[in-house]
Ligand binder design. Structure first.
Ligand code: KG4
Ligand code: ZN
Length: 356
């Protein structure tokens, strides 16, 4: 059994987890997530400096609790991993310093993990997960990407959002509607009481220079503006704001666009398995619609476990465990952090001369 201690501090969750793998069974021994939602909600979004300060405050206690709950001592840990990119640099620094210091003190190998590879590894904790190659729809607060994943974690980005990420759109529209932060869960909750056919909102596309539209790419900022105009118009007319109907109509159009382009991308690339991960993968409308539409094309859908959709360290540990199957098995202690880094270069995080 290989055991990994993993740390995630790329945004506003301070998380430490102990996970293990034996015979391709991935197990979570502890996964402590200290959410900072309350600290950021009064600002309507994550304040980077505040987030970094909170990580600094919380990390010793979250680390202690994760080890205690796992009943595994640090001496028994085989590898220590932390998210090194992408994310808020001040936040990434805290997890990275903690992990590398522990590695130095306890003579353990260090693994720097790409946050998006972490999200896609959350699927490893599902009862069954697909054999590569498969198509991953990664939908979070910072990213909306379609990634083809190969046998040895070769990753190729086939689609992306050109402006706001899907989660960001949920958060911004939530704020527009006066809902609590983060907007995703708040919109999903109130949308249950609404009529999703009430308002026709745009399904924004990106124009292709060669003509037509880019088939697998996304744009959500126009949709957010359309909601803003709708809210302004209703206010101007002095009508009561039909928040549940707007929320339901918005949620439906986001899910439709994500599902339609993901399924098309899978068909065009001959991939018959779709994996959906990231914070927005917790959305029930998206989950149901993806399964329904993909099954019409005989495509199987694998959804991240609900409790592992939003940021957590267990998924970072799973990414490390998967990577351990192939050489090289560790990152240089000189590996730093980076706010942005393409997922298709994640394998360079394990090179002797690290990319950053
Ligand atoms: O993956 P995550 O925790 O953080 C990033 O890496 O960005 O995702 C957070 C995002 C937020 O934008 C939040 O509004 C969205 O996921 N989210 C949801 C739901 N739960 C969280 N969006 C739609 N429906 C949900 N149920
Ligand atoms: Zn994330």
């Amino acid at each position: 059994m290989i055991k990994v201690l993993a740390i995630e501090t790329s945004c506003d969750e301070t998380s430490v987890s102990v996970v293990s793998n034996s015979d391709d069974i991935y197990k979570i021994h502890s996964n402590i997530v200290a959410s900072q939602i309350k600290d950021h909600s009064r600002w309507g979004g994550v304040v980077p400096e505040l987030a970094a300060r909170k990580h600094l405050e919380l990390i010793p206690f979250v680390l202690e609790q994760a080890l205690e709950e796992s009943k595994i001592s640090i001496d028994e840990i085989d590898v220590i991993a932390s998210t090194v990119t992408p994310g808020l640099v001040g936040c990434l620094r805290i997890g990275s310093i903690t992990a590398r210091s522990l590695c130095s003190l306890h003579s353990k190998p260090f693994m720097g993990i790409h946050h998006l590879e972490g999200h896609l590894s959350s699927i490893l904790f599902s009862k069954n997960f697909p054999k590569p190659p498969f198509l991953t729809l990664l939908v979070s607060g910072g990213h909306t990407e379609l990634i083809k994943v190969g046998e040895r974690r070769e990753m190729q980005r086939l689609g992306r959002s050109y402006d706001d990420a899907a989660g960001e759109a949920f958060d911004k529209v939530g704020r527009l509607l006066g809902l609590s932060y983060p907007g995703g869960p708040a919109i999903a909750k109130i949308a249950k009481k609404g009529n999703a056919s009430k308002f026709k909102l745009p399904r924004c596309k990106i124009s292709d220079k060669e003509g037509g539209f880019l088939k697998y790419d996304f744009s959500f900022s126009g949709l957010k503006t359309a909601v803003l105009r709708l809210v302004e118009k209703i206010n101007l007319n002095g009508d009561e704001m039909p928040i549940p109907d707007i929320a339901a109509s918005f949620e439906r159009v986001v899910a439709e666009v994500l599902v339609e382009r993901t399924v098309k991308c899978a068909i065009d690339h001959g991939l018959d398995n779709i994996v959906v991960v990231g914070g927005v993968a917790a959305n029930n409308t998206l989950r149901k619609m993806m399964i329904g539409e993909a099954s019409k094309k005989s495509i199987k859908v694998y959804l991240a476990p609900l409790n592992l959709c939003t940021d957590n360290a267990a998924m970072i540990g799973a990414a490390a465990l998967f990577r351990l199957k192939f050489a090289p098995h560790e990152s240089s202690l000189k590996l730093g952090i980076s706010g942005r880094f393409p997922i298709d270069q994640a394998n360079t995080l394990y090179e002797k001369n690290p990319p950053f």
